[in-house]
Design a protein around this ligand. Structure first.
Ligand code: DGT
Ligand code: CA
Ligand code: CA
Ligand code: ZN
Length: 576
């Protein structure tokens, strides 16, 4: 985390200096940018370079002059860089926000600021609508429109938190709430329960005796994971914020005989609830957060459990992840809801990194972690050489790695597969030749460059290579950061099916790529198979699989659709 933080700090230094542009700053700007890039690609955590006794960095990091070195040490020791706060005060605060807009860099911000006096996003939006931005030299109608689109995206994104960022915290909250003696039942509802990839706010629902409701609210309020102002506190509801992300969190306390109905209602999605209400109406029923009632005499027919709520409407249970307002209600009426995949079905990991490329832990440490998690196998898929920034492997080191794996396999109770994440190059060829590729047990092929281009041909060609088993993070999107590159998905699905190439569901919180609606289409219309991978760069990262499982369930996948639910023997037999 600290590398990312320092990267951001150095970027901001560079950006502010460029915006102020006082002649002599030019070289400093470049130095900060270079250093920012270096930090992002360091093979180890910055803290690991720090000698606590000598109060200095133990290794010389390329591009770190004395000034940047000092800032790194200050960040490690104090958690902040004081000079940055001072520097920030020298420009209007809104300028840095404007840099967050897609397609807007320091040059544009500076122009907008100097020539039109624009100091924040609201002023920028207004100036675009007024046509002033389009008139600027070097901008024009088209780029003004692009910026406006970027502002809209920024606003939409910046309010939502990636689920993975708060997922563990939510599990902790749930656990603590269950320990409260006044709480009879508690669940996280809303989009978090549906495992949506980003969360607007978190909805917690609890029940207990009516006289205990306020005590439950008070207990919740003193939990360690909450922070910030209390927006509203009533007898049955409180609104506050999560520590860290600042995401809003609501707790509602309801009566025990209404818990199921409330859980159903507040789990949503809204679109699902609308369809459910429509069905209820047709059946002479009325459904709301208090229960299911007969329209004729208002008598209550369900409410205590979610299962009852669905059953009174002639429905089998619908898992939260697929309550999206598609056809899940029809399918449930026909009793055809599939047995969705669960975390316990996963038998191994097929995409992760070790210290042989940009991972933090050794092959042995990664393997032991996987073993502890009950896995049967783990493929260590380090980067190929092209991705120099991530310390890709040259062929001598491959032999070394292979040997290390062979040795470890003799002594460990988990099978380590010799793998690679090979770069798909610009022309769709791969970064290792076929001879080398044939040596690997598992080959994941991924795009790590040319995100602005259409990458259909490139990926099709990679899938046609007989040695490629899996396409890693197929669309390249980064939630809140980067759109997917352009792809003709239908062609990709078709070719994946034709060539028996697996598409990855990458569990990284900001990737979750392939996303769930694509997953469902690829499965149902093309028969594509998937692998749920973590792309872990340290051993803790191996535990992100539950996020990928969430995406897979949202995409209606069962155990049979996912290759790493198979035991090692059938896995090796069934991959191409
Ligand atoms: P979010 O918070 O934007 O990530 O998404 P949700 O789904 O958690 O939405 P939220 O927090 O506004 O409401 C939680 C659930 O409560 C929602 O999924 C369905 C239900 N709900 C809330 N307001 C309405 C409403 O006006 N109509 C209907 N039908 N359901 C609602
Ligand atoms: Ca919510
Ligand atoms: Ca809410
Ligand atoms: Zn990777």
């Amino acid at each position: 985390m600290i590398n990312q933080e320092f990267h951001q700090i150095l970027e901001t230094f560079g950006n502010i200096l460029e915006l102020r542009n006082q002649g002599s700053d030019k070289f400093k700007v470049r130095a900060y940018r270079q250093a920012a890039l270096t930090v992002q690609n360091l093979p180890k955590d910055l803290t690991e370079y720090y000698d606590e006794e000598k109060k200095e960095l133990t290794e010389k990091i390329p591009g770190f002059g004395p000034a940047i070195q000092a800032k790194a040490i200050e960040l490690i020791e104090t958690g902040e860089v004081e000079e940055l706060d001072k520097l920030k005060k020298t420009i209007p605060a809104g300028l840095l926000d404007m840099l967050e807009i897609k397609n807007v860099g320091p040059k544009k911000v500076k122009k907008l600021w100097k020539e039109l006096g624009i100091e924040n996003m609201e002023q920028l939006e207004k100036a675009i609508i007024d046509g002033k931005v389009a008139e600027l030299d070097g901008l024009g109608e088209k780029s003004a429109e692009k910026i406006l689109e970027g502002i809209k995206n920024f606003e939409q994104y910046s309010k939502r938190t990636p689920l993975g960022v708060i997922y563990t915290q939510l599990q902790e909250i749930l656990k603590s709430m269950k320990e409260c003696k006044y709480v009879e039942q508690v669940e996280i509802a809303g989009s978090s329960r549906r495992m949506k990839e980003t969360i607007g706010d978190v909805d917690v629902l609890a029940t207990g005796k009516e006289e205990d409701h306020e005590k439950i609210i008070d207990y919740f309020m003193q939990l360690d994971y909450l922070d910030g102002p209390v927006e509203a506190k009533g007898e049955t509801k409180v609104t506050t914020y999560l520590k860290g992300s600042g995401t809003q969190i609501d707790l509602r306390v309801v009566k025990p005989d209404e818990f199921g109905a409330a859980l159903q209602y507040f789990t949503g999605s809204q679109a699902h609830n609308v369809k459910l209400r429509g069905l209820a109406k047709k059946m002479g029923l009325k459904i709301n957060e208090y229960g299911v009632f007969k329209t004729s005499d208002d008598s209550k027919v369900a409410g205590a459990t979610e299962e009852d709520v669905y059953a009174t409407m002639g429905l089998t249970y619908i898992p939260p992840e697929i309550r999206q307002g598609n056809n899940e209600i029809d399918v449930s009426q026909k009793k055809k809801i599939p047995d969705l995949i669960e975390l316990k079905d996963i038998k191994g990991e097929l995409h992760c990194h070790s210290t042989y490329s940009d991972g933090k832990h050794s092959i042995e440490e990664m393997a032991k972690q996987a073993q502890e998690m009950g896995y049967e196998y783990i493929a260590i898929t380090d980067h190929s050489p092209t991705l120099k920034i991530a310390n890709g492997l040259e062929s001598e080191r491959l032999l070394e790695k292979k040997k290390e794996i062979d040795e470890l396999n003799k002594k460990l109770d988990i099978r380590i597969l010799f793998g690679t994440e090979v770069d798909i190059l610009a022309d769709g060829s791969l970064d290792y030749d076929d001879k080398i590729l044939s040596e690997f047990d598992i080959v994941v092929a991924s795009v790590h460059s040319r995100f602005e281009k259409d990458n259909t041909e490139r990926i099709l060609k990679a899938m046609q290579n007989p040695h490629v088993h899996i396409i890693g993070h197929p669309t390249g999107r980064l939630i809140n950061k980067r759109e997917a590159y352009s792809l003709d998905l239908k062609q990709i699905y078709q070719e994946a099916a034709n060539t028996n190439t697996i598409l990855e569901i990458n569990s990284q919180p900001i990737r979750l790529d392939l996303k769930s609606n694509y997953v469902r289409e690829a499965k149902e219309n093309y028969g594509v198979k998937f692998s749920i991978n973590t792309d872990a760069h340290n051993k803790e990262g191996l535990m992100l699989t539950n996020l990928g499982i969430g995406q897979a369930r949202r995409g209606w996948l069962t155990k049979d659709d996912v290759i790493n639910t198979q035991n090692l023997k059938s896995l090796l037999k069934n991959i191409k």
